[in-house]
Write a new protein. Structure first.
Length: 316
């Protein structure tokens, strides 16, 4: 460790958001430890920046407590899915000066109780603020890894953290993008373009489904580290490209000259990952002093390049 450096522990630090956070902090001079289940998933960029990997499961409360120790300035939890997950590491949380729990925009519901994982798409009247209604919290017997259970379990995890009396900032990102994503949403479009498909079909190409660059969320987490407190913050990109804007940007990056073919609703074609009309209000984050790392489309290019190299390693 570097004497005098700030120290951060990132639980689940090898994916897009965790990796971006660990890398940003390491490059800013922090000592950074990340946890994960598989060392092979540790991005080489993190190792080269001095980030240390620890093979620890999220339910290993004792191991996490030992890792956090008594001198951790920031603990970031990206793998808490339930209230029980939060309760299991409360001793470790109490040993950190600043705490960040990463939740999801999926917790929000509209005035009619519709939400992003429900049968009917929600209809929000404008950008969603942090004080908007959320789904009821799930009980401990709910499976968080189901479509129905995910968001209620995230609500329960948020409440367990916020009610702990500790300085926890809950961050609610939208559709996260960036290198090292487990399931990159751009993959299908990139693969179609690399195959030379003449057209890409899109239902509702004008829909704005707010994105969150992992790099922007990481910048917000670094800001929170300098301003400990108990709060909820939306994390989303400053611009709001439509589905068609996203596909056109990917096309320009890959040199694809095909056509975007709008498809009417009701047909079993043209589905894509950006179909929920929803934007997040990020005023509270900006008021905290957060400065974005970049715009959505310029940062989305980093994921696209990473996806392209995964599909064609020789293109690196």
């Amino acid at each position: 460790m570097t004497e005098g450096a700030m120290r951060a522990v990132v639980l689940g630090g090898t994916g897009a958001l965790g990796g971006a956070t660990a890398l940003r902090l390491a490059r800013a001079g922090w000592d950074v430890d990340v946890t994960g289940r598989d060392a092979s998933r540790m991005p080489v960029e993190l190792s080269e920046a001095g980030v240390r990997f620890h093979r620890l499961g999220r339910n290993d409360g004792r191991g996490i407590k030992q890792l956090v120790g008594d001198g951790t300035d920031l603990l970031v939890d990206l793998v808490a899915y339930t209230a029980a997950d939060v309760r299991s590491i409360l001793p470790a949380m109490a040993s950190a000066a600043t705490l960040v729990l990463v939740s999801s925009r999926a917790v929000y519901m509209d005035a009619a109780g519709r939400h992003v994982n429900g049968g009917d798409s929600p209809r929000f009247e404008g950008p969603v603020r942090e004080d908007a209604p959320t789904l009821p919290p799930a009980g401990d017997d709910t499976d968080p890894f189901t479509r129905e259970g995910y968001a209620p379990c995230k609500v329960a995890a948020e409440l367990a953290a916020l009610d702990s009396g500790l300085p926890v900032t809950v961050i609610r990102p939208s559709k996260v993008h960036g290198p090292w994503a487990r399931n990159p949403r751009t993959k299908g479009v990139v693969e179609q373009m690399l195959r030379g498909e003449p057209a890409i079909e899109l239902v509702d190409p004008g829909t704005v489904d707010h994105l969150t660059a992992a790099a922007n969320a990481a910048a917000l987490i670094e800001t929170v580290a300098a301003h400990p407190g108990t709060r909820i913050l939306n994390a989303a990109d400053p611009d709001t490209p439509s589905a068609a804007d996203i596909v056109r940007a990917i096309a320009a990056q890959l040199g694809w000259s095909g056509a975007i073919d709008p498809v009417p609703n009701g047909l079993n074609r043209g589905h894509h990952p950006w179909r929920t009309a929803m934007t997040l209000d990020s005023t509270a984050a900006r008021n905290l002093g957060y400065t974005r790392a970049g715009n959505a489309l310029e940062l989305l290019a980093e994921e696209v390049e990473w996806v392209r190299t995964q599909a064609d390693p020789g293109a690196r």
